[in-house]
Design a protein around this ligand. Structure first.
Ligand code: ARG
Length: 435
């Protein structure tokens, strides 16, 4: 059944139908679509646009469809044009005449905008829950390895000692900001476009506040033209999800480096690694690599949405049907990545001995050594020069700031005393900065 055969003189070509259809992508909106229709029909009944009997038949019919979909007794008809067409056709098949009255005062344009907001609202909740779980895992790993010190890096060169827990905390803060960004977009999205009609509203005496409230929206959109053609929420969410992927990808990169033989700061659990088909010794961090790789597709989803929207005149244009594939993919990808990252991070083993050994090389306490002299009254720039020369001397004879004899320190500056060794101990350096 087609919703729009009225004016056209011919059947559409099969290829045109196939190209036009979105059911393969939007069938997942079925629950949201039925919820929207239930609210719309109840509102029409209360407003006297539908009779009580028709309203009741529509409600029962829609609830039956929902129950059928949920139990599996009813399958979405993949031959339908889209999910809205499917639900309306199924309703009419079940209840007859009354089903044909459901679409009064409504268009698929405001319907799809409503469905999408309802569906994505739920998705936001799921992603935020996973992000919260991930933050907890990182926090527990930091706490369980409270004493572990590793070299902090800038330019991927050993820089200053940091606690492993501080390193985890950095990611915890990134993911906490991600939750904030998603919640913020969700709040802005939570207004109901239903009642915008095709673009210019409707002449029926509808009650937009009622449907908005029945569907759990905070209010309804004011401009009907914008109501049907706004996809800011898709772009905002895709942007927020892209940033989640940036963070996941950076952490993945770090874990990939850390489990290499060159670093060996961590050991990933065998259950979350893979082997090689030819090299028997290999243990590969495939999950982390895939997460890093999948970040690209979420950025692509965002770019696709921006490019799709940028030249569109008001109001609804069919281009916008492309929004769903992109935004669904972004949510699906982020969910899959978090579901892989959580147990991988939870089961990884920290190797504090190797972290400590790496921290002991590379003169990462040189800044503290200079700070020691500053504490004795030397201007920092001069202290910097003194310690730079000491590091060069150490490099020349294979010693370190920890093993350099006090006479050598004193030759460089009379301000050094033997408390320098306690001052530049890695634990002391890390503790001094933990504020
Ligand atoms: N399948 C369409 C979409 O996802 C629904 C809206 C269609 N409206 C229209 N006038 N063709 O955007």
């Amino acid at each position: 059944m087609k919703l729009w055969t009225g004016r056209l003189g011919k059947e559409t070509a099969r290829a045109a139908d196939d190209f036009n259809a979105s059911i393969a992508v939007d069938s997942r909106l079925a629950r949201a679509d039925i919820a929207g229709s239930l609210a719309h029909a109840e509102m029409l009944t209360r407003q006297g646009v539908l009779t009580a009997a028709d309203g009741e038949a529509i409600r029962e019919g829609l609830e039956g469809i929902l129950a059928g979909l949920e139990s599996g007794a009813l399958a979405v008809d993949m031959g339908a044009e889209d999910v809205h067409t499917f639900v309306e056709a199924e309703l009419t098949r079940r209840i007859g005449e009354a089903g044909k009255r459901l679409h009064t005062g409504r268009s698929r344009n405001d319907q799809v905008a409503t469905d999408l907001r309802l569906y994505l609202r739920e998705q936001c909740g799921e992603i935020c829950k996973l992000l919260g779980d991930f933050i907890d895992v990182l926090h527990r790993q930091g706490g369980a390895n409270a004493g572990a010190i590793l070299p902090g890096y800038t330019h991927l060169q050993r820089a200053q000692p940091v606690l492993f827990a501080q390193h985890m905390l950095a990611y915890e803060e990134m993911f906490a900001r991600d939750i904030g960004r998603i919640r913020d977009a969700q709040r802005r999205m939570n207004v109901c476009p239903l009642g915008s009609g095709a673009l210019a509203g409707t002449g029926y005496p509808i009650d937009r506040a009622f449907t908005a409230q029945a569907l759990g929206f905070d209010g309804f959109t004011v401009s009907t033209l914008d109501g049907v053609s706004d996809r800011d929420f898709c772009m905002e969410l895709a942007a927020a999800l892209s940033i989640v992927m940036v963070h996941l990808s950076r952490l993945s990169e770090e874990l990939i480096l850390w489990c290499s033989w060159e670093f060996k700061f961590i050991e990933l659990d065998d259950a979350y690694t893979t082997g090689s088909s030819i090299m028997p010794q290999k243990k590969n961090p495939d999950l982390a690599e895939l997460i890093r790789g999948k970040s690209g597709r979420v950025f692509g989803d965002l770019m696709g949405l921006l490019a799709m929207m940028k030249g569109l005149p008001l109001a609804y244009n069919k281009d916008m049907q492309e929004d769903k594939e992109a935004i669904f993919d972004a949510f699906d990808t982020v969910r899959a990545c978090l579901e892989a990252a959580i147990p991988m991070a939870e089961t990884m083993k920290i190797l504090p001995g190797n972290m400590r050994a790496a921290a002991a090389g590379g003169f990462i306490n040189a800044t503290d050594c200079a700070d020691y002299l500053v504490g004795k009254g030397l201007p920092f720039r001069e202290a910097y020069g003194v310690v730079g020369a000491l590091v060069a001397a150490c490099l020349a004879d294979g010693s370190t700031l920890e093993t350099l004899p006090l006479e050598r320190y004193r030759e460089a500056s009379a301000l050094f005393d033997d408390d320098i060794y306690a001052y530049i101990a890695l634990e002391a350096c890390a503790a001094r900065r933990r504020k």
